[in-house]
Every structure is written in C-alpha cells, then in structure tokens.
Ligand binder design. Structure first.
Ligand SMILES: *[C@@H]1O[C@H](CO)[C@@H](O)[C@H](O)[C@H]1NC(C)=O
Ligand SMILES: *[C@@H]1O[C@H](CO)[C@@H](O)[C@H](O)[C@H]1NC(C)=O
Ligand SMILES: *[C@@H]1O[C@H](CO)[C@@H](O)[C@H](O)[C@H]1NC(C)=O
Length: 372
C-alpha cells in the first residue's frame, strides 16, 4: 500500500492544478473508510460523480431487486454454502472492462442479489483462518457473464481513486467467530479482495476485529493471481470447509536464507510477469469436511433455457483449453503468469483510463492531505 500511495503522491505532486478543476473531489471519502450498518444501508454507498462516473447499482437490496437483473452491490461471504462473487452485469464481459460496475452473484436467496446459475460452481474450499474467511473455487465463468478466456483481475474496496471496484461495492459477513455464530448478525468487512478469472476465483474477507486485516487482504498484488494472493489447497470437483492457519500476507515471503522479503510487483508497462522470486506457501489446514455440491447449493437452479446435452458439453470442452490456466492452480507460477496475460489485454484499455483517474485522484489526495 505504501508503494502505491507513494507513487500516487509523486504523480500528485507532478500534476497539481487538477484539484481546482474538480471541486467535488474535495468531498471524496475513500470507500474503505465508510462504515455502514447491515440493517440501515444507504441506497448507494458512493454518491460521487467523478472521472469514473456514478455507482452503477445500489446497496439497498431486497426481494424486489432479487433475480437475474439485480444490480445489487452488497455482497456477503459467510459459510461454505453461503457466499457471493463480484461479476459483470452484462453477458460476454471481461473483468478489466467492467471492474467498476460488477454486481453480486450469490449462492443463497433472500438478499436481493443475482443467483449463480446451478452447475456453474465445480469445486470450492472455504477456509476459516484466525484473521480471515476465504473461499477459493472453480466456476464456469461464462455463466456469470464473463468471456470464457478472460484471465480476469482483482476487485477490492480501494482502486486508484479510492472508490473501490466495483464503485460503492460493500461486503458483509455473519461468519466471523467474533460474531458468536449468530447468523442474523452481519458485520461490515472493511478489507477484502476478490480475484476472478480463468474459470476460478478467490474471495477473502479479513476479520475487521483482527490485527492484520489490511495486510492479509492486501490489494496491491493485482497481477499475480489467486495462487499468490490466496494460496490454498482447493481442488476442482471437491467441496469442503476447513480450519486453516493464516497465510503469509500476500507479497511477503521467506527466502532461501531465511530472510523475510517483500515482493515488488513490476508496473504493467514492463509487460507480463513471467517469473516470481518465490513460490506461495499454502497455509496448513485441518478439520476439513467435504460435501456433495447438491447438498450445499440448494437455492441454485440451472437456467431453464439451457439444453442439458451437447451444446453445454461442447462449450465446456472448448473452455477446458482456456482453463488450463486455472487448472494449474497447484502450479502457481504458471497460473499467475497466465492470468496476467489474460488480464493484460483487458487492462491495456484500462491503462489509459487509469491515467486520467490518477490525475483526478491526485487532486483528491491533495485535498485529503489538506483536510488532514
Ligand atoms: C428495495 O430496493 C430498491 C433498490 O435499492 C429500493 O429502491 C426500494 O425502495 C427497496 N424497497 C423497499 C421496500 O425497501
Ligand atoms: C449459519 O448458516 C450456515 C449456512 O447458511 C450454516 O451452515 C450454519 O450452521 C449456521 N450457523 C448457525 C449457528 O445457525
Ligand atoms: C473443473 O472441472 C470441470 C468438470 O470436470 C471442468 O469442466 C472444468 O473445466 C474444470 N475447471 C477448471 C478451472 O479447471
């Protein structure tokens, strides 16, 4: 975080004057600093209208909004059978092109969101670590509006302009032990990250009362994928819940001489990340309990229009080659490289956007410094 903040500050210094042209920016409160009560959510958490426009959906979600057109941007990560992912509102999208507008796709009815189509989820591991809850899994991502070969990227409540991806996206959980196991009490999750792409995903929510939430849910390693940010033993075809140790915070590793190091992710301008100086360490897990997917996702039904036979099967086969990247979840280096490649095409376009966002953001930062 400090690296990003520093480089942004440098840019801020180089481009003063933006602030004066954008009076609304002085009012911007970073999404990760906004706190809400589950029972009293605003219509939208983000009421700004800056370079990236306005929040696309809403946070107040109910029985009226539930269904395939829901634009609910309040997600929850609770239990093995009860979680959401961020994915695009419209078919055939990429994460890189739509990161600001993703909506919640969930496994349980009753919270005003879209539901993940039945059969899309092909394996998940839900882990309960001291500092976080994490779901890592495998999915036919075309069923949640992603192109079959999208390498994807990271969603988190930060972003260059502090408005989050998606803008205004909120995350809650009733699954932290500090909750006392009360399923009806939702805590807002301040630090979280969700990696989507290559037919796999990770959603980690860091316990807001834990000491290390920001580091465990670090958001600056957006180009090195699930295996480095959420190292796990998840297997395609297996559905299980486990207790787990904390992972090393993303980007932190112990080298061959035993020294603790911090990895610096190179800028996109230097091209695809093909090698990393370390292998991610999978934290040890215990008490794993496996389930049949049919016992878990009882609210999810396959779309009625989908023929069960050859059409679906054929496209699934076609995807298998694209999903080689995700298939290598255990071979993490390759997976990370491949997913950055996929993301690169999507993010070339995003890079141009990012520059202008940073320009405005420079003004925002200036204003924040000013107010502080
Ligand atoms: C349901 O949610 C929508 C979208 O946030 C909102 O416009 C509507 O007022 C809500 N309905 C109720 C009864 O709260
Ligand atoms: C809370 O809900 C989850 C699934 O939704 C369930 O597995 C768990 O047993 C519930 N816990 C309590 C204390 O009711
Ligand atoms: C997971 O397994 C399913 C069923 O065998 C397969 O179709 C899919 O391609 C696999 N997904 C990944 C990401 O390997």
């Amino acid at each position: 975080m400090s690296t990003v903040a520093l480089s942004l500050l440098a840019i801020a210094a180089a481009s003063s004057g933006v602030l004066a042209q954008d009076p609304s920016s002085s009012a911007l409160i970073p999404l990760a600093s906004k706190h809400f009560d589950w029972n009293d959510l605003p219509y939208q958490a983000d009421t700004d209208n800056l370079v990236r426009g306005t929040q696309q959906g809403y946070n107040r979600c109910n029985s009226t909004t539930e269904g395939p057109d829901s634009m609910c941007q309040t997600a929850t990560v609770n239990h093995l059978d009860d979680w959401c992912l961020w994915a695009p509102p419209k078919p055939d999208s990429t994460i890189g092109d739509t990161e600001g507008e993703e909506v919640a796709w969930c496994t349980k009815k009753g919270r005003g969101t879209r539901l993940i189509p039945g059969g899309a989820i092909t394996g998940v591991q839900f882990t309960r670590a001291p500092g976080y809850l994490q779901i890592v899994g495998f999915i036919d991502q075309t069923k949640i509006n992603l192109q079959s070969d999208d390498g994807g990227g990271e969603l988190d409540p930060h972003g260059a302009d502090f408005r989050g991806n998606p803008l205004g996206g909120l995350v809650f959980s009733n699954g932290f032990p500090s909750n006392g196991g009360k399923n009806d009490t939702f805590q807002q999750v301040i630090e979280w990250h969700n990696f989507m792409g290559s037919n796999s995903f990770c959603f980690k929510v860091c316990d807001p009362s834990g000491p290390n939430a920001a580091a465990l849910c670090q958001h600056i390693y957006d180009r090195i994928g699930v295996s480095y940010n959420c190292p796990s033993a998840a297997k395609n075809g297996t559905f299980e819940v486990c207790d787990s140790d904390n992972q090393d915070p993303p980007g932190i590793y112990t080298d061959a001489s035993g020294a603790v190091q911090t990895y610096s992710q190179p800028p996109e301008s230097l091209g695809v990340i093909s090698t990393l100086p370390y292998q991610p360490k999978v934290p040890s897990s215990s008490n794993c309990v496996q389930y049949a997917s049919t016992a878990l996702f009882t609210d999810l039904v396959a779309p009625t229009s989908a023929p069960t036979g050859t059409a679906g099967g054929a496209s699934a086969t076609g995807k298998a080659s694209g999903s080689g990247a995700a298939g290598t979840a255990s071979r993490s280096g390759a997976s990370a490289g491949a997913s950055s490649t996929g993301a690169a095409s999507g993010s070339n376009g995003a890079a141009a956007v990012r520059i202008s966002v940073v320009a405005t953001f420079a003004g925002v930062l200036g204003a924040v410094a000013f107010l502080a």
